[in-house]
Design a protein. Sequence first.
Length: 331
Amino acid sequence: MKEVDVAIIGGGITGILAARKLMKAGFKVLVLDKSKSVGGRLATRRIDGGRADHGAQFFTVRTESFQQLVDEWETNGWVSKWFGKKHARYKATNGMNNLVKNLASEVPIQHTFKVNRIIRDDEKYVVISEEGEQVTSNGILLTPPAPQTVQLLERSDVRFLEDTMNSLRNIHFDPALVCLMTLKDELAFLSPDGHKDTDLPDGIERIVDSHAKGISEEKILTIYATSDFSKAYYDHGDDDIINEIVSRLDFLLPNEFINDRQLKRWRYAQADRVYPHPFLQMSMSEAVFVAGDAFLHEEDETGKTRIESAVTSGLSVADAMQQFLNGKAST
């Protein structure tokens, strides 16, 4: 059984940045992630020697504190400006997933750890995987989407305030359907930067060309369905969804241009109901915290989940956990 100060469930950018900050403060941490790679919705897929982002395509900066962090990433060669003047859209070098991999390079991570439940052992917590592996910790940080966190807490031995749990239950995510297409030839309807989110057919929200974006030698399009389309078609079969998307794009993207087609489903893509604070503590007596992109700072006027909100949440919850655990150790 592994023992750490803080077990962090979820290897997205929130969990990774919280881990980095807690490690810098002297805490022993371990990130537990169900996937084979970190990143969460900062996801990049390799296809036929190329690559395509199929979660977040870019991020913007709206606060000075985040700008300072992004400037460091840019100096490191991890990110660069892509397009946009008022709010520059930043892309990650070699795909968005690579940004999280760079941030996680020195963070202890246990991959393919699918958490089944959390139990209490005196003043400590034991995180148990579906395979029966166990990790003991003094504190827990949960960063999956709120609906998944609620399900985990409901089958765990963790005390929580009912109002706090209701706040978690109130966070709601819309799904997203994303189609990835490798192409045989160049297309003329996209801008030189490879991004289009206007004058698109009904049901299509955004199209990105990974080759024009500069992250792939192969010509790969990432096509995002709208929230309404995704909700209506989410439970349909892959072929039915892809065919419907192709049919709506036929005047822009003739079928003879398409070489291969894949579908990605995000059940929890964008929160349309958020929580107005960067994190939640399940009760004042429990070292169990919840964070993520749906936890927005009180001064955030956008009301939208995004990479900046995920970053702010991760850094803020790390401060709160450090203060709580240090206070608990001194009593």
